[in-house]
Design a protein around this ligand. Structure first.
Ligand SMILES: [Fe+2]
Ligand SMILES: [Fe+2]
Length: 181
C-alpha cells in the first residue's frame, strides 16, 4: 500500500460506533462459521465424501480471511504485550463470569453433557489465563517465553507447557491424545 492510500484510510480510532459494532459482529460470525465448517468437513470425511470435506475446509479458510480483515479494520490487533492483556481479559471473563453462570444453567436444567463440556472449558481457561499472564510479564520485558512444547488434549482442551502428564488430569485421556505445538 502506498503512503497516499495509507493516509486516506480511516484509522481504527476514527471508527464510528456502529461500524465498530458491525465489524465485531461480522468477526464473530465469520469465526464461528470457520470452525463450524471444519467440524462439518470431518463429518463429511466420516461419511466417505472427501470432496465435500475439501469444499468445507476451503470455505472455512475463506471465512478466516474475512474474520482477520474485520478484526484488523476494527482495530483489534495491537502489540503482543497488549494482545496478551486482551487475551488474559477474555479468559478471565470466561473463568470468573461466563462459565460459572453457564454451569449453573446446565445444573438447573440437568444437562450432563453441557455440564461436562463447560467443565472441560472452564478448567482449561484457568490455565490459559495463567499462561497469558506469565507470557505478558515476559513480553513487557521485551523477552520471549522459554522454548518448551505446548500441548493440548484433543478431547477436553487441557493445555500444558512442558512435559506431558501420563494421562489428562481433566478427562483422563491417554498421553497419545495430546497434540503438541
Ligand atoms: Fe482459553
Ligand atoms: Fe483431556
Amino acid at each position: 500500500m502506498d503512503a497516499e492510500t495509507e493516509k486516506r484510510l480511516p484509522k481504527p480510532e476514527d471508527l464510528k460506533e456502529m461500524t465498530r459494532q458491525s465489524l465485531a459482529a461480522a468477526f464473530a460470525g465469520e469465526s464461528q462459521a470457520a470452525e463450524k465448517y471444519l467440524v462439518f468437513a470431518e463429518q463429511a470425511e466420516d461419511e466417505g465424501l472427501p470432496q465435500i470435506a475439501k469444499l468445507f475446509r476451503a470455505i472455512s479458510f475463506a471465512e478466516t480471511r474475512h474474520a482477520r480483515n474485520h478484526l484488523r479494520v476494527m482495530g483489534g490487533i495491537a502489540s503482543t504485550a497488549d494482545n496478551l492483556k486482551t487475551a488474559f481479559d477474555g479468559e478471565s471473563f470466561e473463568v470468573d463470569e461466563m462459565y460459572p453462570a453457564y454451569r449453573e444453567i446446565a445444573v438447573t436444567q440437568e444437562n450432563a453433557q453441557a455440564k461436562r463440556s463447560i467443565r472441560f472449558a472452564l478448567k482449561a481457561e484457568v490455565d490459559h489465563r495463567r499462561m497469558y499472564s506469565e507470557a505478558r510479564e515476559q513480553a513487557l520485558k521485551g523477552e520471549d517465553i522459554p522454548d518448551e512444547p505446548v500441548s493440548v488434549c484433543l478431547i477436553c482442551g487441557h493445555t500444558v507447557i512442558g512435559e506431558l502428564p501420563d494421562k489428562c488430569p481433566v478427562c483422563a485421556a491417554a498421553k497419545e491424545y495430546y497434540r503438541t505445538f
